[in-house]
Ligand binder design. Structure first.
Ligand SMILES: [Zn+2]
Length: 264
């Protein structure tokens, strides 16, 4: 995807880059999945400032191949050393209102696809959260995909500790199935990807997710996804306010081909 209306092209100058214009390492079909939470005028522990977001999205649109999350997963292990290989996916968890007010206008400007991991109990309910019409509008843009973050974002460790084994299993199933069902009914698209709340997962939860119809699960973790990564526990790079262009370039160079020159 090209970028229009930008100024001069600049080299980003990281040691990992070769004369061919792509990162020398990581030619083995890896990918990078980014995760955001909230946006606003000022940064916080889970909030990226609008100024940083502008800089990050401009850099992503210009220097790496951003693609829908599903495309990045499908491309794992394929076609090394290609700038066309879908390699970076953007996700945002929790359905905070600032996804609509701050992120959405910017992804429209840059034409960048984003996957939102949503827990439906909050939508059109909690004051901080998105509404169903906002989600529907964003999905209709063709740039936004909505996937599951369970039904109400429980801490599965706490729930396991305070429930009987049978009660816990039923609780897990309800969280996984109800979220998928409500989102598919409201949005009208397939939901088969799941971000684990608090990145808590284990073998029992993974089995429940597969049974509920999920084919991919996401956690946190500052590393690339690889063809052999557990598909129910795919790591994502947490993007912070301090990830300005050079720092973002350094982090993603471990996962993806990064162009030395801005795309035209
Ligand atoms: Zn969350």
């Amino acid at each position: 995807m090209g970028l229009r209306g930008f100024g001069v092209c600049v080299a980003i100058g990281t040691a990992l880059l070769t004369a061919s214009g792509f990162a020398a390492e990581h030619a083995d079909g890896t990918g990078a999945i980014l995760v955001y939470h909230r946006f606003g005028l000022t940064a916080g522990s889970t909030t990226v400032s609008d100024a940083a977001l502008d800089e990050q999205l401009a850099w992503l649109a210009a220097y790496v191949r951003v693609a829908p999350l599903r495309s990045v997963l499908d491309a794992l292990g394929k076609r090394a050393h290609s700038s066309d290989r879908p390699c970076v996916a953007i996700t945002a968890d929790d359905g905070h209102q600032s996804i609509y007010t701050d992120l959405y206008p910017r992804i429209l400007r840059y034409r960048l696809p984003v996957t939102l991991f949503i827990y439906p109990s909050a939508i059109s309910n909690a004051q901080y959260a998105l509404t169903w019409p906002e989600l529907t509008e964003m999905v209709a843009s063709g740039l936004v995909d909505v996937q599951s973050h369970t039904y109400w974002h429980p801490n599965f460790e706490h729930e396991k500790a305070r429930r009987s084994p049978a009660d816990y299993r039923a609780f897990v199933d309800t969280q996984l199935v109800r979220s998928k069902t409500v989102l598919e009914t409201r949005i009208g698209r397939k939901v088969d990807m799941l971000a684990w709340p608090f990145a808590i997962y284990d073998q029992e939860l993974e089995s429940a997710a597969v049974k509920a119809g999920y084919t991919a699960g996401f956690i946190l973790g500052n590393r690339a996804v690889r063809p052999d990564t557990d598909r129910l526990a795919l790591p994502r790079f947490w993007v912070s306010d301090s990830d300005r262009a050079a720092r973002l370039a350094a982090r993603l160079a471990t996962a993806c081909p990064v162009q030395t020159q801005m795309k035209r």
